[in-house]
Structure formats: structure tokens, C-alpha cells
Design a protein around this ligand. Structure first.
Ligand SMILES: [Zn+2]
Length: 344
């Protein structure tokens, strides 16, 4: 690496819930996903994992850390529009198979110390394959490696200083070959689930900067908290959709509430996907989890559609999530072809 601030160079904004003014909107019924949650998603515990919700501080971040600046997204969009294939929403698409490696980082070999079982990984693979099936994307589990490293477990993702980023890069580079067409998943502590997950850099960044491309093995891949595997103990994130969300970023999607003017506004191009309604706030700021129902606000009432709380790229509790839209699917496939050498 050249002598520069890693934190500045690989800047990753961490958006923390609760820092915005509470929006005041009226609820609009959106529908109830009782088939997935068993009727409620609030205060759920899963004792069969060996972890109870009371074993750790409840997450207050409730969010992923993948932030894309409006400026970066706008620059990318110009280039992307020129180059992207003419995939159209709803086109018949050939199936693609993408290899997946899991790296399980543990403080110790206990469930509370980061251990993830083969059964949990297989359950996660099933969730991934079901979620991406409408996109014609299959995931093939290639390998699992488990490593005890308390320093990585406790610090990666939590420490966003230069030293922390260096540590993350060392961790990733010790496993990854840096192949763009292989998904590397790192499971680690992330502040005991305070941070759900993130991808450090969106795929197009590697093609625009040779230094990033050189360091791809240390930068690429998806990081998730080990608590977010299917049937985990997190009250709202126990269906395995956290990895689905992060891999949406890995494939080039922004948050549905992404907007040029920042949270609370309805102006700007948002996520550059035409069939995800404009949304002023992430769902976890507007939903009422205590109510245990998926009620969407219409935070941009003068624009079409209500908030897409059923979308994998919003922050709704997982029982509310069901889909990627056709526009997101077309975008992912074009990003995979252009920036990940995956023939779609
Ligand atoms: Zn995200």
C-alpha cells in the first residue's frame, strides 16, 4: 500500500440508527408475513442455537455498514449506463453459478465465541439460493474454514481506523485469492451483532482504481456477524437475509433508501433502480417492531409507490423481506458481467 490514510482511502461510512429526527407519518397497512415469522418477529428467541437474546447487548445499529456516497454512485452510473448490456427487467436469463467460500472467524470454539456449524452454513446456502433464484443466480458452496483469532473476531469491522482496516485486509488476504467471480463470506463478531455486516467496496471500484484492484484479496467479499445465520438469536434478523442483503451490495445494489440529498428527502435518483419506490428513511426508522407487523410508511407520498419494506435492500425486519425487484435483478446481472467477469 502507498503511504496514505487507509481510513480515508477505503472510507466506509457507518450509518447509525437513531441519529435522524423521528419521522412523523401515518402507517399504511402493507400485509403480514406470517408464513415466515410464525406470526411475530419481536422479542423472539431461538434457544436451540445455544444463544438467547439476553446473552448479548441488543443491537442498536440494526443496519449494515455498506455506504455508497451519492457522488460515487452518480459517477459509476454514467459509466455503467454506457457499458451495461441491454438486460431488461423481466428478460429470460440463463442461470449462473457462483462459488462461495465461508471463513468463520472465532474468539473461541463455542457458539457464543463465533462458532457456526455446518448445518447453519447449509441453511444459509439454502436461503441464498432461494432468494436469488428469481435472478437466475445460484450459489455453490465450495469450502468452509474455521479459524480462532480473537483479535480479528473482536476488532474487524468494529475498528474503522487505519489499524482496524489493515487488520481486516490482513484477515481477508490470508484466505482469499481475490478472484472477482468468487464470493468470499467472512463471519465474525462485528460488535456482537451491533453491526450486521458490510461490503467494503462496491464492485465497480476495482475497475476504476488499480490500487484497489491490486489489493482485491484484502478488500473484496462480504462480512457478516455470526449471529445473523438462519435461526440465529437476533430478534429481527434470524432468517439469513442479512447475507442476502450484503451480497446484493456485492453484486452492485445500493440501499432502496439511498438518495442524493440524504435521509429524509425524496429528491435525487435514489438507488438508480426504477421499480423500487423512492423512500426517505430506512424501514427500521419507520417501522414499529414492537407491533410485530410489517406496516410500510409512504415517506415520499408525492412519488409513486409506498416504501419498499419487502425489499432485501431495505432495513426492514427480515420477516417483512421477500424480494429483489426485476429492475434490481437486471442491474445485478449487468454488474456481475461488467465488473465480476461472470457471464450473465
Ligand atoms: Zn446494506
Amino acid at each position: 500500500m502507498r503511504a496514505t490514510s487507509l481510513a480515508a482511502y477505503f472510507a466506509l461510512g457507518l450509518r447509525i440508527a437513531g441519529t435522524y429526527a423521528s419521522p412523523a407519518f401515518t402507517f399504511r397497512p402493507y400485509g403480514w408475513q406470517s408464513d415466515r415469522s410464525g406470526g411475530r418477529f419481536a422479542a423472539k428467541t431461538h434457544s436451540h442455537t445455544g444463544l438467547e437474546s439476553t446473552d448479548y447487548s441488543p443491537p442498536h445499529l440494526d443496519a449494515c455498514g455498506t455506504e455508497i456516497s451519492a457522488e460515487n454512485l452518480a459517477t459509476f452510473e454514467k459509466q455503467f449506463r454506457k457499458q451495461r448490456k441491454a438486460h431488461r427487467a423481466g428478460d429470460e436469463v440463463p442461470n449462473v453459478v457462483i462459488p462461495v467460500n465461508f471463513y468463520i472467524i472465532m474468539a473461541n470454539e463455542t457458539v457464543g465465541g463465533g462458532y457456526v456449524s455446518d448445518q447453519q452454513i447449509e441453511a444459509q446456502m439454502e436461503v441464498m439460493n432461494a432468494a436469488f433464484s428469481p435472478a437466475g443466480i445460484s450459489w455453490q458452496h465450495i469450502s468452509t474454514k474455521r479459524v480462532i483469532n480473537p483479535l480479528w473476531f473482536h476488532n474487524v469491522g468494529v475498528d474503522q481506523t487505519d489499524a482496524g482496516i489493515q487488520l481486516e485486509m490482513e484477515m481477508k488476504a490470508s484466505f482469499s485469492t481475490g478472484d472477482p467471480d468468487v464470493l468470499d463470506v467472512y463471519s465474525t463478531g462485528l460488535g456482537m451483532g451491533n453491526l450486521l455486516g458490510y461490503v467494503r467496496l462496491l464492485p465497480w471500484r476495482y475497475s476504476e482504481d488499480p490500487i484497489l484492484a491490486e489489493n482485491r484479496a484484502g478488500l473484496d467479499g462480504a462480512i457478516i456477524t455470526w449471529l445473523s445465520f438462519p435461526n440465529g438469536p437476533l430478534p429481527q434478523y434470524f432468517l439469513g437475509y442479512n447475507l442476502v442483503h450484503e451480497v446484493g451490495h456485492w453484486a452492485g445494489l445500493a440501499h432502496t433508501f439511498n438518495s442524493v440529498e440524504g435521509p429524509g428527502t425524496c429528491e435525487g435518483p435514489g438507488d438508480y433502480v426504477s421499480d423500487t419506490p423512492v423512500q426517505a428513511y430506512a424501514a427500521h426508522l419507520t417501522l414499529d417492531p414492537a407491533g410485530g407487523v410489517c406496516l410500510a410508511y409512504d415517506t415520499c407520498a408525492d412519488q409513486p409507490g409506498i416504501d419498499p419494506i419487502n425489499n432485501f435492500m431495505d432495513y426492514a425486519p427480515e420477516p417483512c423481506k421477500t424480494e429483489f425487484t426485476p429492475g434490481q435483478i437486471a442491474r445485478m446481472r449487468d454488474v456481475l458481467a461488467l465488473y465480476r467477469e461472470i457471464e450473465t
